[in-house]
Structures are given as C-alpha cells and as structure tokens.
Design a protein around this ligand. Structure first.
Ligand code: CP
Length: 313
C-alpha cells in the first residue's frame, strides 16, 4: 500500500481487523521495521487521540516522529496554481510538500472541512495537495470528507465486542451546539457498507449525508425505531450536507439516553459533549466502548504504517 487516504485503500477489511488485533496482542512485534525512518504528523486542526495514537503507533514500529501544528505555527499555504501571492498566503503547497518530504518517510495530514465551501472541501485541497506534491506516502488523519483511521478503529472495536455473525449497527445523529464536519460519519458508513451487518442510519430530516456516500444504506428518520434491538449504536453529530455546514436542529430529544440504548453498546469517536450528545449514565456505564475505541486508534494506525513501511522496503 502506498498511501492511506480512505477506506477504499483497505483491500480486505476482515483481514485488516485480524491483523490489527494481532498487533494489539504483541505491539512491538515489528519494532525494527521503522528503524531510521521518520513519521511526520502535520496538524491543521486540533487533536488528542489522533496525534498521540499515531505517534505511539509509529514508536511501536521503531520510527522517529516529528510533529507540527501547521494551522497556527506554519506559514499560510497557497494551493491554487498560478496565483499572484500578494495576499494572505506565504508559501505554496508545491514547495511545502517537497520540503516536508525531505524530512519524513511518511507524512500524516489532519485538515478538516471548512464547512463554508462544499466544492473546495470535496476537492480535499490539503490532503490531495500533499499527495500530489510530496514524494513520500501520505496518511489521512481526518480530512474534509473522511476519517479512515477512525473507521478502521471502529471495525476493530466492533469485532472485539460482537458475538453475532450479523449484528444490528445504528449510526445516529445527535445534537451539538457547533457545526461539525461529515468525515467521521462518512467513513463509518463506507466501512459498514463492507461489513455483514443490519446497518441503519438515523437523523432528523435535513441531515441527509452525501448520497454518493450513503448509496442504498437504510435511513430511518424515527430514532427510537432505528435503535430497536440494536447491538451497537454509533453516535455522531454532523452539520447539514444539503444546506452545507448549517446547524438546522439542536433538538435534545435526539440525545442518547440509557433508556433508548437498551442493551446496545455505545460508540463515539470522541471528543464528546456530555449531556448534549449523550447522557452521563451511558458514558459511565459498561455499555460504553469509547475508551476502548480510543485505545484501538493505536493499532489501526500501527497497521496502516506497517503496511506502508513494508511497501517502502
Ligand atoms: N477521534 C479523533 O479523531 O479524536 P481527535 O480529534 O482527538 O484526534
């Protein structure tokens, strides 16, 4: 594998899940693979889990890690060709990507959607800019459209916690005071479309995600009906896709409660706003898998880096 940009870069999801679970049992099994190699992590947005778990994953493979908070410490980058750069941008992606490639053997990029310009967001300007102009592999640490490290993590976590051949999995929208991107939900849906599961998406009307992503996935607007007999309830807020980036609803009736959850396991990528997205009683119960999800971020990232390093050999 050369790059890890989306769920589509996974050839066999069941095999990857098994391989990641094997890494979790013996995280230092490939400690010499990344010797004398450098992982560069570039953050255009905040992070806790992605930053530390990807760093840990690289360290487990024997790599050195360098990190830059590009959003507030780097020069403002220009992405368009032929621009007269006499305004706010100081450095072109053409130089920046080539320069960073000289310092790193693999580059991870986190660059969220602006939520103000759908066309630019869908063009994945930052991620694709680095892919185009860098000379080393690129890992998507959450872009405008996808968060494939999180989705791989979620597949691992469900496999660890499922005893059914075909579990019922619900992706539920939940309220949030701020406009949030679609990336986590998009990659989760793409991952679920590759699983043998009874998969249902539930959200208020107006929150339909990109139909090119949801395809023929089952959408149920009645949250309680969607959650009936669920084995896993994956919860995430996202802003409107059709009315791009807008918050259309903050109806607290969509918050996840223990009563609604029933016997299902609760999943969320974190960070989560307590008693807005989900009530304390759920997060503090043993039905919540959120801490184990965060733990599995390391092994998802480690598997991705391992596959890239094996390709570089
Ligand atoms: N889930 C996730 O990507 O967490 P961070 O934003 O903290 O990295």
């Amino acid at each position: 594998m050369q790059h890890y940009l989306s769920i589509n870069d996974i050839d066999s999801l069941p095999d990857w899940v098994d391989e990641a679970r094997a890494l979790k049992i013996d995280p230092l099994q490939s400690k010499s693979l990344g010797k004398d190699k450098t992982m560069g992590l570039l953050f255009f947005n905040n992070s806790l889990r992605t930053r530390l778990s990807t760093q840990k994953a690289a360290m487990n493979l024997g790599m050195e890690v360098i990190i830059m908070n590009f959003g507030n410490e780097g020069w403002a980058l220009e992405y368009a060709d032929g621009t007269i750069m006499d305004q706010g941008t100081s450095e072109h992606i053409k130089e920046a990507a080539k320069v960073v490639s000289q310092y790193c053997d693999i580059i991870g990029i986190r660059a969220f959607a602006s939520l103000s310009d759908k066309e630019k967001d869908e063009a994945e300007m930052v991620l694709n800019g680095f892919k185009k102009h860098a000379s080393v592999p690129i890992v998507n640490m959450e872009s405008s459209v996808g968060h494939p490290l999180q989705a791989l993590t979620d597949a691992i976590t469900m496999a660890e916690n499922s005893n059914k051949a075909k579990p019922k999995v619900v992706l539920s929208w939940a309220p949030h005071p701020k406009a949030l991107p679609h990336a986590v939900a998009n990659s989760f849906i793409q991952m679920m479309q590759r699983q043998d599961a009874d998969f249902v998406i539930t959200h208020p009307k107006g929150y339909e995600l990109d139909p090119a992503i949801t395809k023929n996935s089952h959408i149920e607007y009645d949250q309680e009906k969607a959650m009936e007999n669920a084995d896993f309830v994956y919860v995430k807020n996202w802003s409107s896709y059709a009315d791009y980036g807008k918050v259309l609803c903050q109806d607290q009736k969509w918050m996840i409660t223990g009563e609604k959850l029933g016997d299902a396991k609760f999943m969320h990528c974190l960070p989560v706003r307590r008693n807005v997205v989900v009530e304390d009683a759920v997060l503090d119960s043993n039905q919540s898998l959120v801490i184990e999800q965060a733990n599995n971020r390391t092994y998802a990232a480690q598997l991705v880096l391992k596959k890239i390093l094996e390709h570089l050999k």
